[in-house]
Design a protein around this ligand. Structure first.
Ligand code: ADP
Ligand code: MG
Length: 320
């Protein structure tokens, strides 16, 4: 007998709530925010062909669907509490749902976050998760707090997810091992949840990198009313990306997308605190430039000369 909507929810998406007052099964989930906390809420939708390729293993897709949402909470310095899952798929492919659920629950368990509800419908494959986190009132990291003189930092390494996409598109050829490495970066991003919370009292602004460094940095600069100098030579990257020709390297580093690293600013005097936050959360942090009074983004090449970046605009679903 085929699996119906309610069997599917019961079998793969219902678990006792740990932190929520009421989870899956009623008309609404119930959460009790801790005193003095604000709720941080964010949604991200994943559409096949747009946000993931049909080749992605279901388990990795389950991981990524939640990871990209947790990344938004990380960028606000919020602690994840719960999430909802709205799922549309053409039919119930048990192997797919099984794998998807396994990947999703592994990350949910690792982050101590409850699946508290959702919606399930037949249709094109489409996954929309909404995450709910909490952050002490007034302490959320925003895009608007960068000041001239602040230093600009990034977590992890940039560009591998984009390089994997280029390999899938047959624009570059990689050996088996390097390909496996960049493919994992694309399919299994690690949301910087612990680092985001550790930066609450340190960073002046933060954003997570989903659309590429230059595009996402532009959002921070616009909200904060400042400019930035970025030093190309400082941008953290893998050995695999380092082996690519210059044009590809620049494209992946500056306009890559799908990195899910945190880009943040902090006063120069907080440098040691930033490094300590990186160590405490076992997350690489790298200073990549500084905030200046105005003038948008200037990327300086290895000789300190401005690089022409006119080709690297912000990703826009309705223009790209
Ligand atoms: P309603 O018709 O009231 O919207 P549904 O019949 O859609 O409720 O869903 C029944 C219950 O299952 C609700 O608690 C809903 O939040 C939950 N639910 C539905 N789909 C999912 C899903 N994919 N993952 C988790 N919970 C789900
Ligand atoms: Mg419903």
């Amino acid at each position: 007998m085929s699996v119906g909507e309610f069997d599917l929810i019961a079998r793969w998406f219902t678990r006792p709530a740990r932190r929520a007052v009421l989870g899956v099964g009623d008309d609404c989930a119930l959460l009790l925010p801790a005193p003095g906390m604000q709720l941080a809420i964010s949604s991200d939708m994943l559409v096949e062909g747009r946000h993931f390729l049909p080749t992605v293993p279901p388990e990795r897709l389950g991981h990524k669907a939640l990871a990209v949402n947790l990344s938004d909470l990380a960028a606000c310095g919020a602690r994840p509490v719960a999430f909802t899952l709205a799922l549309s798929m053409p039919r119930v492919d048990e192997a797919f749902v099984e794998g998807f659920a396994r990947g999703m629950w592994a990350l949910a368990d690792a982050q101590g976050v409850d699946l508290v509800g959702g919606d399930t419908t037949a249709g094109p494959l489409n996954i929309c998760i909404t995450v709910i986190g909490e952050v002490p009132a007034g302490q959320a990291l925003l895009r608007s707090g960068a000041h001239s003189g602040d230093e600009l930092w990034v977590s992890g390494a940039l560009g591998d997810a984009r390089l994997a996409l280029e390999a899938f598109r047959n624009h570059v050829t990689l050996g088996a091992e390097p390909f496996a490495q960049v493919r994992a970066a694309m399919e299994c991003p690690q949301p910087r949840v612990a680092l985001g919370q550790a930066l609450r009292d340190i960073a002046t602004s933060a954003i997570d990198l989903s659309d590429g460094l230059l595009g996402d940095l532009a959002h921070v600069l616009e909200r904060s009313g400042v400019g930035a100098d970025v030093e190309l030579a400082r941008l953290p990257h893998s050995e695999v990306l380092a082996a690519q020709p210059e044009a590809m390297r620049h494209e992946c580093l500056l306009a890559g997308g799908d990195d899910y690293e945190l880009l943040f600013t902090a006063p120069a005097a907080a440098q040691d605190a930033v490094r300590a936050a990186g160590r405490a959360t076992a997350t690489r942090v790298t200073k990549i430039g500084r905030i200046v009074e105005r003038g948008g983004v200037t990327v300086l090449d290895t000789h300190g000369r401005p690089l022409d970046c006119s080709a690297y605009g912000a990703f826009d679903h309705f223009r790209s």
